[in-house]
Write a protein that binds this ligand. Structure first.
Ligand SMILES: Cc1ncc(COP(=O)(O)O)c(C=O)c1O
Length: 498
């Protein structure tokens, strides 16, 4: 579940903080994260594997903010890193080195040296040349590198091709058929100790079957390695569990379903399970707050132009990913009276009706666990948000229960000079006006961490909410910061004009 809900004033809050308040104080676009949601997701995931020794190495790439890493460090998480930069961030946030695994298909000698000196738990080695380089770097530094062989089990994860990593044609991992030969090679290298086998078949997985298929192949390999005289202590299943992005689609499996399936396979086994979840921990813990700049009407379409863009959240442009887009305020002041958001142009298509239900019930957007009665209040019945109708008022809205009446079919686009800069196409949304705030939901994972400054747009601010408090955990990038590491070549004229 998450903690973004409409309050009795008709405005969406993150935990106890009204998102409008954050937008006023910090501006837009801004990422807002709920600490309670992150803590809950980590706890639920951890609990799912509690029946077997395990370590959760949060995939830092999903969201790298220092405060978020600190929360996870406090909860006992390790880290799955893919660069020296992520190692630096993880250690700085207080994640102990001996809980850090280093993934990635292209580690440099320098990165290996830094990680070895830090004393990380294991290198997830993805190729034979990488193994040789690691052995050499470890030898030079008179250290032993712990190696977990990342194998490619040739399993179709049935996710978007760009986030599918377990097929034989993918760049990731050692073909599983080569793993015994490469492990034998590693055994002869004194500076290496093969301690584990690792796989990660992809991200946003919506079915458990491919993970289980991969696990079965990995377990068979581990048994074969035991016969070959290896002592495998750790089995790393990577991350990948999907989250509900789209209220119209079936929810992905819950962590406890994944945990139950995995633990069943580990019955009678002594290896520790390592997991590398990213999205499932932080994805639904973040919202990208954006303000409507213009509503642009063309003969064919209505474009809602917002102040966030693909440089802030590139998932829709990169993967055609779906994010729910919700109005932050469901009630607008009309002549001093609170009204539900505009009721006008109807759209007759079925997806519009579905979308209306999503809009009306942000609670549909939940993940992970059935709602705990102790948690924040249930989403309000839409009728609770309406003022009594005034029969004298010709502008009095029609029945807002009728989803057909709530919606306009629009494209929600950003200001960047690329046609791919769209957050939604032909999406049914409640009517919006310039100045309105929208929440692009489920933006906590691969949102800010993939942001760029394309079009020289300073990167968005990030805010963390805990209960009634909020804090800017990353300032909006300044124009000075945008150019801070650039310099004028000395042969260029001062002042520009030749
Ligand atoms: C090696 C590895 N582990 C873990 C993850 C995290 O995946 P997810 O965020 O889907 O859990 C990734 C994502 O790309 C990855 O490449």
């Amino acid at each position: 579940m998450h903690h973004f809900e409409y309050g009795s004033n008709g405005s969406m809050s993150a935990e106890g903080v009204d998102l409008e308040r954050i937008a006023e104080a910090v501006g837009t676009p801004t990422y807002v994260y709920s600490e309670a949601t992150i803590r809950r997701h980590f706890a639920v995931y951890d609990e799912a594997f509690s029946g077997h020794p395990h370590l959760i190495c949060y995939a830092v790439k999903a969201n790298t903010n220092a405060s978020i890493l600190r929360i996870l460090a406090e909860m006992g998480a390790g880290a799955d890193i893919v660069s020296e930069g992520e190692l630096f961030r993880a250690l700085r946030a207080g994640i102990p080195a001996d809980r850090i695994v280093f993934s990635g298909v292209g580690k440099t000698a320098r990165e290996m040296a830094v990680a070895l000196d830090a004393g990380i738990l294991a290198f997830n080695v993805e190729s034979e040349p990488e193994l040789h380089l690691l052995a050499e770097v470890a030898r030079e530094r008179r250290r032993t590198a712990h190696v977990s062989l990342r194998v490619n089990p040739d399993v179709d994860a049935k996710t978007h091709p760009y986030i599918s990593t377990g097929l034989r044609e993918s760049k990731f991992g050692i073909p599983i058929g080569d793993a015994r030969r490469i492990a034998a090679m590693a055994k002869d290298m004194a500076s290496l100790d093969v301690v584990g086998v690792d796989c990660h078949i992809g991200s946003q997985l919506t079915s458990l079957a491919p993970i289980m298929e991969a696990l079965d192949s990995v377990l068979a390999l581990v048994d074969a390695l035991a016969v070959d005289g290896h002592h495998i202590r750790e089995i790393d299943l990577g991350g990948g569990l999907g989250i509900p992005y789209d209220a119209k689609k079936a929810n992905p499996p819950l962590p406890r379903e994944l945990g139950a399936g995995v633990i069943e396979r580990f019955r009678g086994r002594s290896e520790r399970i390592i997991l590398e979840p990213g999205r499932v921990i932080v994805g639904n813990a973040g919202v990208l707050l954006t303000r409507v700049l213009f509503v642009k009407q063309t003969p064919d379409r209505t474009f809602v132009v917002v102040d966030a863009a693909m440089n802030d959240l590139m998932r829709p442009a990169l993967y055609q990913a779906h994010h729910e887009i919700l109005p932050i305020r469901r009630v607008r002041q009309v002549g001093g009276v609170a009204r539900p958001v505009e009721v006008s142009v109807a759209s007759a298509d079925a997806p519009a009706a579905e979308s209306a239900r999503a809009v009306e019930s942000v609670g549909l957007h939940e993940s992970l666990e059935p709602r705990d009665p102790q948690d924040l209040q249930e989403p309000k019945d839409p009728q609770d948000l309406q003022e009594p109708k005034d029969p004298q008022d010709p502008q009095d809205p029609q029945d807002p229960q009728d989803p057909q009446e709530l919606l306009h079919v629009v494209d929600v686009v950003g200001p960047i000079c690329e046609s791919s800069d769209a957050f939604a196409r032909q999406r049914a949304l409640p009517k919006v006006e310039p100045g309105d705030l929208l929440g692009i939901m489920s933006a906590g994972a691969y949102g800010f961490s993939m942001a760029s400054t394309y079009n020289s747009r300073p990167r968005a601010a990030e805010v963390l909410v805990r209960g009634e408090a909020f804090h800017v955990i990353r300032d909006r990038e300044s124009l000075e910061a945008l150019v801070a590491s650039e310099s004028f070549a000395p042969w260029l004229n001062e002042g520009g004009a030749a």
